[in-house]
Ligand binder design. Structure first.
Ligand SMILES: CC(=O)N[C@H]1[C@@H](OP(=O)(O)OP(=O)(O)OC[C@H]2O[C@@H](n3ccc(=O)[nH]c3=O)[C@H](O)[C@@H]2O)O[C@H](CO)[C@@H](O)[C@@H]1O[C@H](C)C(=O)N[C@@H](C)C(=O)N[C@H](CCC(=O)O)C(=O)O
Ligand SMILES: Nc1ncnc2c1ncn2[C@@H]1O[C@H](COP(=O)(O)OP(=O)(O)OP(=O)(O)O)[C@@H](O)[C@H]1O
Length: 500
């Protein structure tokens, strides 16, 4: 594609501070914001980030063949050569305007569903995607666990919500596959960093807002404000869905037309009733906004998952799916890996082992309460806290676990760049040391210990890392480690020992 100065003026209307375009036309093959990905005739967008400043890589991008530099800071342009550049006031707006226009992506062609909240995003969007595809509709899923168009995996996610250029690429691919419904998880980081620039949501769903990511956000109020600001991206006739048991209606648009509520609270538009569960399934009744009574059976377990199911039900209804189809699809959705995932082989040892991704105080509380309601035996938990993340939540996680578990084994999660011992000490501050507890930093040994302690009827909960495949240590060290696989192997070893 060849673009002239006037084309850029139109595309970046009102955003240009200064520019210098040498020659008649600029050849544009692609748009990149990472210098190492730049190829001949790509535009390089220089972004000042949290770790690095893209402006420092302009020379590198030019060396890779960039045909044009778009940046915010004119002082950082190379002074020793004649280059094509445009200085803009707002780099995120410029990125979104360019990438969507040059790829002919019209946001209005899509129905975009955004799920946000501290916990329950991946489960909710994945279930919506399952309901849509089971009902014969094309759908795109953008989540922490996977990125899929219909049943085809497109790529492994790096973030919960990808950056502007990656979202644009996924919308383009979706369009080519005739998938016009986009289900995307929206993290608070993504809202703050404007990764969702130019998107317009048909539906925005809030699962809950509890403590997390206070390493990034100044305080809880700032975190909540960021989450709530997602409503600015709602289409004019869009809908907001909230869990009324967990969130305050007053924080959301007051217009009853836009807001749909669910919960056990009788005042909700969708009221959950008569819930019962065992380790394999939940069953409940739901009174819908149309006063229908719907019976739901799902292999997902836990009261928190009932919320996720109802959330997905409402989204699917708003997208036009028939109630009967939704009920059928919900009953066949086995969940996503590492979310209250049962390790079936533990059954033969007389106890249940469950892998769960809880890594916030609220998620731990939900999962421990669920486990407690499912057994008269003990709850043995293997848990830790992640590095490079909210340090203040560690003590609270220790307190929650002390209140709800019978045996606590404190271990390493993903320490990342932090000293694992320091993380353990932060969690220990919250642990009730009169409880039965052990500190076993090596995660495999901790899992082995928990599984060896378990008696008939107990539940062993292994939390914090869910589906993750690698344990992350300092200096980028990655060690293959999946909780489900490790637990399965340990159970096999215990069984072999018993047979001898
Ligand atoms: C702190 C943070 O959130 N960073 C995110 C942010 O990166 P950034 O823009 O700040 O990037 P940076 O590394 O400072 O670099 C600045 C610029 O220089 C460029 N650069 C850099 C190096 C180089 O050699 N050449 C070059 O051009 C980079 O491409 C970038 O454009 O924007 C990137 C693109 O969207 C994200 O991938 C990246 O996520 C990092 C990897 C991350 O770990 N983020 C976590 C905190 C996060 O976002 N988590 C949330 C949710 C988690 C949850 O739900 O629990 C998520 O949405 O994933
Ligand atoms: N609705 C909910 N309320 C509270 N806790 C929940 C809820 N749904 C799931 N959880 C807990 O949170 C964990 C992560 O679930 P899920 O992946 O769906 O959430 P998420 O918001 O996408 O988190 P992440 O972005 O970190 O993956 C689960 O393993 C469970 O412990």
């Amino acid at each position: 594609m060849k673009l002239k100065a006037n084309d850029f003026k139109l595309l970046l209307e009102g955003n240009i501070k200064s520019f210098s375009l040498n020659g008649e036309e600029i050849i544009v093959e692609g748009i990149k914001d990472n210098s190492s990905e730049v190829k001949n005739n790509d535009i390089f967008i220089a972004v000042k980030g949290h770790k690095a400043d893209g402006h420092d890589y302009i020379n590198y991008a030019l060396g890779n063949g960039a045909s044009l530099i778009i940046a915010e800071n004119e002082d950082k342009l190379p002074k020793d050569k004649l280059i094509n550049y445009i200085i803009v006031k707002d780099i995120k707006k410029a990125t979104a305007d360019l990438v969507y226009s040059l790829n002919n992506i019209s946001i209005d062609d899509f129905s975009i569903v955004g799920v946000t909240g501290t916990n329950g995003k991946s489960t909710s969007v994945s279930l919506v995607h399952h309901i849509l595809t089971e009902s014969g509709l094309n759908s795109t899923l953008i989540s922490t666990v996977e990125i899929k168009i219909n049943n085809q995996i497109i790529k492994q996610p790096r973030n919960t919500t990808p950056g502007i250029l990656e979202i644009a690429e996924l919308l383009k691919l979706s369009s080519e596959s005739n998938s016009k419904i986009i289900n995307i998880e929206v993290s608070s980081h993504a809202i703050d960093q404007r990764r969702i620039e130019n998107l317009k949501f048909d539906i925005i769903s809030y699962t809950n807002i509890t403590r997390d990511h206070l390493d990034y956000h100044k305080n809880f109020e700032d975190y909540k404000k960021t989450k709530l600001s997602l409503m600015n991206f709602l289409k004019e006739n869009g809908k907001i869905i909230i869990n009324i048991d967990k969130l305050n209606k007053k924080d959301f648009y007051s217009s009853n037309k836009a807001l749909i509520t669910y919960g056990f609270d009788e005042s909700a538009d969708y009221v959950i009733k008569n819930f019962e569960q065992n380790i394999h399934q939940v069953k409940f009744t739901m009174k819908t906004i149309d006063n229908e009574f719907v019976e739901i059976v799902s292999p997902l377990v836990g009261k928190f998952n009932i919320y996720n199911i109802v959330n997905a039900f409402i989204i699917a209804k708003l997208l036009g799916i028939e109630t009967e189809l939704i009920i059928k699809a919900v009953s066949s959705f086995k969940g996503i890996p590492g979310r209250f995932q049962l390790v079936p082989s533990s059954k033969s040892l007389g106890f249940n082992c469950v892998i769960d991704f809880s890594h916030t105080p609220d998620a731990l509380e939900q999962v421990l309460s669920t486990a407690a309601s499912l057994t008269d035996g003990r709850i043995i938990i293997v848990f830790g806290a992640g590095g490079n993340a909210d340090q203040g939540k560690r003590k609270i996680m220790g307190e929650v676990v002390s209140q709800k578990a019978d045996v606590i084994i404190l271990t390493n999660d993903d320490p990342k760049d932090e000293d694992p011992q320091k993380i353990i000490e932060d969690v220990l501050e919250g642990i009730d040391q009169t409880k039965q507890f052990l500190v076993i930093p090596d995660r495999k040994t901790a899992i082995e210990a928990a599984l060896s302690f378990a008696n008939k009827g107990d539940i062993v909960l292994i939390t914090g890392r869910g589906h993750e495949q690698f344990q992350l240590f300092a200096n980028g060290k990655k060690v293959k480690f999946n909780d489900y696989e490790v637990a399965t192997k340990c159970i096999e070893t215990i069984k072999r020992g018993l047979r001898r």
